[in-house]
Design a binder for this molecule. Structure first.
Ligand SMILES: *Cc1c(COP(=O)(O)O)cnc(C)c1O
Length: 401
């Protein structure tokens, strides 16, 4: 029998650094789109490990591919070639129509690499050491020093100054505020195609197209962070494909490995040709055969099973059902999002309270920003799961506070 929950939590708190206020659930196993805790309680998963488990749990074919790679080779380093990395990079290039891939172990590292590539691109032109990057207020790009420096959240940044220099902030979906930050030192503009952590704000089409035009006019690299909104979540393989605004550099992670820790930054031909070269960047683990076998299989399964098309269909249904909630409840101010990345803006009651009550009902949802209920389920959910979520969420919303 599994150790009792209180014991596990107490032991975890005794040894694991307290950087999260965790919910008192110990999740033990998953099956399909459900998770089970150590008490055997079932949860419908509309969090997906923060938009990671796009294929849910034990999707047919996925585990087998990982096991096969475990038996062959886990790791080699980047001093040699390996087949899974070559195959995974090929599939990422094909899906994005971009040019070259650098694999990382996480999202924040993908952002670090993108920042370095943009700096190097500008450095090659004038050998200057004062190049600037424009980032957005309310953005989220990760917790390492470079990624934190472009994360527009003062509370996250405050204890860690000085951050990296040369970062300017503009307002998301406000083209004039971006234009106002451009100087002859600007080497990159970084933004999430759909702001996730900040509260689920999709880029407006005129804004994204306008930023792209500014980048072309001033020879600035456009970096789109698709770590959360990419990999099919919006109903497009990459969220920018809906806007037809191709970045010079794209960052990926989260659902890229569907549970295996892996990220990547992907460069278009222009950025790949004139940026990072041997000696400029590296990683011991990044691109390892095990992680890349996962990435490679994820792309195959997406294609074979029409996952992106499925998101368009089930995402439209989810949208319609959530819009119903906005009409029904005064304290739900708005729905924002696309496909299977959706947020409900809550006013006048704590969103954390709704999350906890949902857990009691057997539903996992998470928050974004200070007042947004975030829904980022596995992409393989069906309409019946949307109905089940609605039923559980409605009960949670109607519980006395
Ligand atoms: C999660 C996230 C990151 C950071 O990824 P980690 O793997 O946690 O380092 C960066 N950008 C966006 C948009 C994210 O959602």
């Amino acid at each position: 029998m599994t150790e009792n929950k209180e014991n596990i939590i107490e032991r975890a708190e005794g040894t694991v650094l307290h950087t999260y206020n965790r919910y008192p659930l110990v999740l033990e196993r998953g099956e399909g789109v459900y998770l089970y805790d150590t008490d055997g309680k079932q949860y419908l998963d509309f969090a997906a490990g923060i938009a990671v488990q796009a294929l849910g749990y034990h999707y047919p074919g996925y585990d087998e591919a990982l096991k096969e790679q475990v038996d062959k080779l886990l790791h080699t380093s980047n001093l040699f070639y390996n087949i899974p990395a070559m195959e995974a990079a090929g599939k990422l290039v094909k899906a994005s129509g971009m040019s070259k891939v650098f694999f990382t172990n996480s999202g924040t590292e993908a952002v670090e690499g993108a920042i370095k590539a943009a700096r190097k691109y500008a450095w090659l032109k004038d050998k200057g050491n004062d190049h600037e990057i424009i980032a957005m207020n309310h953005s989220f790009h990760g917790r390492s020093m470079g990624a934190l420096s472009v994360t527009g959240n003062k509370a996250y940044q405050a204890p860690f100054r000085p951050l990296i220099g040369g970062i300017r902030f503009a307002d998301f979906n406000d083209l004039e505020s971006v234009r106002a930050q451009i100087s002859d030192k600007t080497c990159g503009i970084i933004l999430e195609t759909v702001q996730g952590e900040g509260g689920i704000y999709p880029a407006a089409e005129e804004f994204l197209k306008g930023v792209k035009a500014l980048c072309e006019e001033h020879d600035i690299l456009l970096i789109l962070d698709e770590i959360q909104c990419g990999m099919g979540r919006t109903g497009y393989m990459f969220a920018w494909q809906e806007y037809d605004v191709k970045p010079n550099i794209m960052t990926c992670a989260k659902a890229l490995g569907c549970g295996v820790p892996v990220g990547a930054f992907v460069l278009d031909e222009k950025a790949a040709k004139a940026s990072l070269a041997p000696g400029d960047h590296g990683t011991t683990y990044g691109g390892n055969p095990f992680a890349c076998a996962a990435v490679s299989k994820v792309f195959d399964l997406f294609e074979e099973n029409g996952i992106v098309e499925h998101v368009q269909e089930v995402g439209a249904y989810l949208t319609q059902r959530l819009d119903g909630l906005v009409e029904k409840y005064d304290f739900i101010e708005a729905r924002r999002g696309k496909g299977l990345i959706q947020g409900l803006a809550i006013q006048g009651r704590p969103v954390g309270d709704i999350v906890v009550k949902s857990q009691e009902m057997g539903l996992l949802v998470i928050t974004a920003g200070s007042n947004v209920l975030r829904l980022v389920p596995p992409l393989v959910i069906e309409k019946k799961h949307v109905d089940e979520m609605m039923e559980k969420l409605t009960r949670a919303l109607e519980m006395q506070q």
